[in-house]
Design a protein around this ligand. Structure first.
Ligand SMILES: Cc1cc2nc3c(=O)[nH]c(=O)nc-3n(C[C@H](O)[C@H](O)[C@H](O)COP(=O)(O)OP(=O)(O)OC[C@H]3O[C@@H](n4cnc5c(N)ncnc54)[C@H](O)[C@@H]3O)c2cc1C
Length: 459
């Protein structure tokens, strides 16, 4: 970008503007997935809503491509684009909790951990995901699920309202009684309609303690552990969420050294209701066979929300394939074990997340995130260090996925789609809601200003 243009932008903003070579530019332009390596022409580090409005108007006036970075966790790197003006929201991380109304207003640059930290002061929580460094904006705009989903639905089902800067640079509010069409679209349609500056989350009493953590066994126990998983998950009350993963054992202190790097199966549980009841419900997991490690205990909810953080650092190379599942079938378990045995990296995993519960009880068209028939998420999660290993790891994930996708509901999670997954996968993720989203897009962003996302072209 020409220097005069950069200077003109700087004059309009309270936050800093960074260009290649500036201190902080590299940190700001890079995202969680090191497979993505794009260079925006300039980065506006917005310090408030006024900076967002000024940046959107500036981009329109000078015909600049816009991209928006929340937590930068999108695996497809949707937060960044070559030659674009990037709005880096990471300086906007305020959270205000109203414990009486049970609402938290969070600025759009917040990470999940920011919101949990403030809401837990009041013994409350919103419905967020499993890794605390994920951005709230991308997660919520695409749906969002975590340990509380089975009690209260997708994250986006639990949003009371959002504040948004439109393509015209106007500030609007979206809720069930203000711009309801926009509000519908924002709860699953991604960043297609504008730049979200604040999200109001509904809160529920959770914690301070939950019963949560992992129990691990050698991979040789996988057939029996998967059968246990299936049985327990089918009977689980909404307060209990169970996840199973197969992977090489990480060098974690709770796992014996001689097992590090060897294949294991682990069950991750979180019971968010009364801890005594939770202890009874997870006892069959703790007592099953001969675990090689067990950290399934009472712990603070906020700690539970960060338990997996160390396994997902920024800067590795990541490639995922994902499908929603209606149930866990024995044949699927057999295939999952087969593909776990072929993992090519110490960081990769085959994961089954349980999500069925409250989200299944809402009507299909409640919001565009849809997929109300989904009860589990299959995530074939490739993660490795070196570019030279890309091909082998990507091939592993693709092969496993093509073998297991027959078990899918036909739907997939929009927030887990990789760079190489095209519009047909957006269709799989959004289903029938896509038509209505196109109409909303045509009303709010007819020129497709916001297109560095899972793009919904205006009709
Ligand atoms: C380690 C890891 C763990 C995860 N765990 C979960 C989980 O437990 N549950 C779950 O549901 N998902 C999970 N996800 C997926 C996650 O929801 C998506 O990666 C999501 O896109 C992340 O949001 P972000 O703000 O960090 O993303 P970014 O990469 O910053 O942005 C993603 C998209 O959102 C748009 N966007 C960001 N901010 C705004 C804004 N303010 N206004 C408008 N558009 C905006 C961007 O333009 C981009 O298109 C996980 C991802 C990772 C990498």
């Amino acid at each position: 970008m020409q220097q005069e243009l950069v200077n003109a932008l700087k004059m309009r903003l309270r936050g800093p503007v960074l260009v290649p070579g500036d201190a902080g530019y590299e940190e700001s332009r890079t995202v969680w997935n090191a497979m993505i390596d794009r260079k925006p022409a300039a980065i506006a580090r917005c310090l408030g809503t006024a900076d967002v409005i000024a940046s959107v108007k500036f981009a329109r006036e000078h015909d600049l491509l816009l991209c928006i970075k929340g937590g930068g966790h999108n695996i497809a790197g949707l937060a960044t684009a070559d030659g674009a003006l990037m709005l880096d929201m990471s300086l906007m991380r305020g959270v205000w909790v109203d414990p009486e109304k049970r609402i938290a207003r969070a600025q759009a640059g917040c990470l999940l951990g920011d919101v949990d930290r403030e809401t837990q002061v009041h013994g409350l929580a919103s419905i967020l995901g499993f890794v605390s460094a994920t951005g709230i904006a991308g997660l919520t705009l695409g749906g969002g699920f975590g340990y509380l989903t089975r009690r209260w639905g997708w994250t986006s089902d639990n949003v009371a309202g959002m504040e948004l800067v439109t393509a015209e640079g106007e500030l609007v509010r979206a809720s069930s009684d203000e711009n309801p069409d926009l509000f519908w679209g924002l709860r699953g349609g991604g960043g297609n309609f504008g730049v979200v500056t604040g999200i109001d989350y509904k809160l529920y009493p959770v914690g301070p303690e939950v019963v949560g953590g992992l129990v691990a066994w050698p991979q040789s126990e996988a057939p029996k552990v998967l059968e246990l998983y299936r049985t327990l998950a089918e009977q689980a009350p909404p307060e209990l969420t169970l996840v199973t993963l197969m992977r090489p054992a990480p060098p974690a202190p709770w796992l014996p050294k001689e097992m590090h790097g060897k294949p294991i199966i682990a069950m991750l549980a979180c019971y968010s209701g009364n801890p005594e009841e939770g202890e009874k419900l997870v006892a069959p997991i703790k007592q099953f066979g001969s675990p090689i490690g067990d950290v399934l205990v009472r712990r603070p909810y906020a700690q539970m929300q960060a338990l997996l953080d160390g396994t997902q650092p920024k800067g590795r190379r990541y490639y995922w394939k994902s499908e929603y599942l209606p149930r866990i079938e024995t044949a699927l378990c057999e295939r999952a074990m087969e593909h776990a045995a072929k993992i090519r990296s110490p960081h990769s995993a085959v994961i089954l997340f349980q999500i069925g519960g409250a989200l299944n009880q809402l009507p299909a068209d409640h919001s565009p995130v849809g997929n109300r028939d989904a009860r589990y998420v299959l995530n074939i999660s490739g993660a490795w260090e070196q570019a030279g290993d890309d091909e082998a790891n990507i091939r592993w994930a693709r092969d496993a996925w093509s073998d297991m996708k027959a078990f899918s509901t036909g739907g997939t999670y929009i927030n887990f789609l990789t760079e190489d997954e095209g519009p047909e996968r957006t269709q799989d993720a959004l289903g029938k809601g896509l038509g209505r989203l196109k109409e909303i897009k045509a009303r709010w962003d007819p020129k497709n200003v916001f297109r560095t996302n899972r793009n919904i072209p205006p009709i």
